[in-house]
Every structure is written in structure tokens, then in C-alpha cells.
Design a protein around this ligand. Structure first.
Ligand SMILES: O=C(O)CCC(=O)C(=O)O
Ligand SMILES: [Fe+2]
Length: 323
């Protein structure tokens, strides 16, 4: 994977950290609903500290936050063991960054509905296609591709990455695809099934909707892609061949981002797929540890047919939803 080609945006964190700590001293943890209601206003006061990534690249790394991990304690052995107070500063910083770009949201069936997810390797999940895996390559995917209300942007904040494990990222806008393939892959031919992180949705009796893999968005070509959960065998030979060419192109243009403690990777989830290289989990409290936040951009459009999808019964938790 090519390194050092990801745009880095230096941020000066003083105001952000002051704001985060002021919120924590009043509201204690990032899951406090009153704190969540304060976020849009608090983020507006930060100005244009962190605009969304340039559509041409679809990602950037925000650098400049504190890399000191001495107060964090041991990396939890699973998301459910993470302490809401020990990483409150990180959680609120992630939510402020998310709120400066759009609106953070969570999922009913993901990590207890929290807005900030802990991504750590977990025993028994080593071979899964989820963020809790380690031994296997996490194949390139759009986050929550099975769902019509998936994030427009995804933030990954790095608390620890001692073995410099690379997150991979590939923009469909860098892929060299011919017009016939773009047209073929724009037809709603195959469903994308819920991933292993969503137990209830995986057992949904609802008929999986067939969805386009590619479409043209306002800023350029977009994709909805998760081959690990796509029953490709249900498609005809021409479609399978075009899908295979897309996979190879995404693999060709991917970059490896070895996040350093304090980095926040921002990914446009309509233009860029992400994954992760395999690594050996340590399970000794020093493991890799990321924080993840999903972000909605209220003005971003998606294909109108998505509005009729059922999302396999999985509901977003959107604290800012109107009505
Ligand atoms: O561990 C990583 O670098 C990415 C994991 C991932 O796909 C995710 O958290 O959504
Ligand atoms: Fe992911």
C-alpha cells in the first residue's frame, strides 16, 4: 500500500480541548443527553476548524491533538468494557469534530446506541469482517452499506496503534472504470446484507432490497459497496465481471493510512471505501484502540429509491432528528 499520500490537515487543538473540557466538567460523559444537545452550538463556535474532506480526495487526517495516552488506562478487551469517564475528553472531542462537519448519530443495534464507538480487537472475533477483528484483512467497504441511512462521513480517532496497523482507503473517483461498467453497476442488481455487527438485522425476515453499487452524486461518482456481505453469485456473468473490475481498481488505488495516536481520519463514506490490514492482537491492555463516529450531512443527497428501503428494521439513533 502506498503511504504518505493521504492529505494531512494540521489543527491547533487548544480551543477544541477547552470546549471539550468545559462540557465534561458540567455533563461528565459524552453519553449525557444534555451534552449532546449542546454540541451543535459548541461546534459552531469553533468556526471552520475542520471542514469535510475535499471531494476529489474524499479523506484527510486531522493532526495536532494530544498523543499522550498515559491517562487512558488499558485498552478495553471489548467495546462494552470501555470506561465512559476515562476517555471522556476523546469522546467529546470526536463529537465536537463531528458536529463541526455535520451531525453525529448512532445505531440502535451497535454498541448500545452510543454515538462514539470503541474499535478494539476482541477475543473470539479475530476472523470476522467487523472492526473487532484482527487476524484477517478487513475487506474494503462503505460503513453500514446495507442501510439507506448509513453515514455520509465517518471519523476514526486513534488513541493507540502500537504496531502501526494500516487502515486502507480507496476513492471510487480515482478508479479507472469504463462507461459501460459504470452503467452496469448503476443498476439495482444485488442486495447488501447486514454485517456481523448487527445481530438483529441479520435475522430480519424482510426481503433484501437490490441496490445500485454506483451512482452519480453532486460531487462526483459515489459507491455503496461491501463485497463481504454481497451475494455476488446471484448476479449474471456480465455484472459479476464488472463488479470484479471495480474491486481490482479499488485495490489498485487504495492507500494505507497508519494512524498515529492523536490522528483523526475523516472519510467520505459515499466516495471512499475503507478496510484494515491484518494484525496480531496482543490482548494485554496495550492493543490498538480507535474511536469511531458516524456523521450525517443534512444537505447531502442519495438516490431517491433508497428512501423506500426498510434497513432490515435497524434504526439510527439520531439525537437531532426533526419531528
Ligand atoms: O480498524 C480500522 O482501521 C477500520 C475498522 C473499520 O472498518 C471500522 O471501524 O469501521
Ligand atoms: Fe468500517
Amino acid at each position: 500500500m502506498g503511504l504518505n499520500v493521504t492529505p494531512v490537515r494540521e489543527i491547533s487543538p487548544d480551543t477544541l480541548l477547552d470546549r471539550a473540557n468545559a462540557l465534561i466538567s458540567t455533563y461528565k460523559t459524552a453519553s449525557n443527553p444534555e451534552l449532546i444537545q449542546q454540541l451543535p452550538q459548541a461546534a459552531a463556535e469553533l468556526g471552520d476548524l475542520c471542514p469535510p474532506p475535499d471531494p476529489a480526495t474524499g479523506l484527510h487526517v486531522l493532526r495536532g491533538l494530544n498523543a499522550d495516552d498515559s491517562g487512558l488506562g488499558a485498552t478495553p478487551s471489548s467495546w462494552s468494557d470501555a470506561s465512559p469517564t476515562r476517555t471522556a475528553e476523546w469522546d467529546v472531542v470526536m463529537l465536537l469534530l463531528a458536529s463541526a462537519m455535520g451531525r453525529p448519530f448512532g445505531w440502535e443495534g451497535q454498541q448500545d446506541g452510543r454515538l462514539v464507538h470503541d474499535i478494539v480487537p476482541s477475543r473470539g472475533h479475530e476472523h470476522e469482517q467487523t472492526g473487532a477483528s484482527s487476524t484477517v484483512t478487513l475487506a474494503a467497504h462503505n460503513e453500514d452499506a446495507f442501510h439507506h441511512r448509513r453515514a455520509h462521513l465517518m471519523l476514526l480517532g486513534c488513541l493507540r496503534n502500537p504496531d502501526q496497523v494500516a487502515t486502507s482507503a480507496a476513492s471510487v473517483r480515482h478508479a479507472d472504470l469504463d462507461d459501460a461498467d459504470v452503467e452496469a453497476l448503476s443498476a439495482p442488481v444485488l442486495p447488501i446484507l447486514p454485517d456481523d455487527a448487527y445481530d438483529k438485522a441479520r435475522h430480519s425476515p424482510l426481503e433484501p432490497p437490490r441496490v445500485p453499487t454506483l451512482w452519480h452524486g453532486e460531487d462526483g461518482l459515489c459507491l455503496r459497496f461491501d463485497p463481504a456481505y454481497t451475494p455476488l453469485e446471484q448476479a449474471g456473468a456480465d455484472y459479476r465481471a464488472a463488479y470484479g473490475r471495480l474491486c481490482r481498481e479499488l485495490d489498485r488505488v487504495k492507500v494505507g493510512v497508519r494512524l498515529e495516536p492523536g490522528d483523526v481520519l475523516v472519510i467520505d463514506n459515499d466516495a471512499v471505501v475503507h478496510g484494515r490490514e491484518p494484525f496480531r492482537a496482543r490482548y494485554d491492555g496495550t492493543d490498538r484502540w480507535l474511536k469511531r463516529v458516524n456523521v450525517r450531512l443534512p444537505d447531502r443527497d442519495r438516490p431517491s429509491a433508497e428512501a423506500a428501503e426498510h434497513g432490515y428494521g435497524q434504526q439510527p439513533i439520531d439525537p437531532y432528528e426533526e419531528g
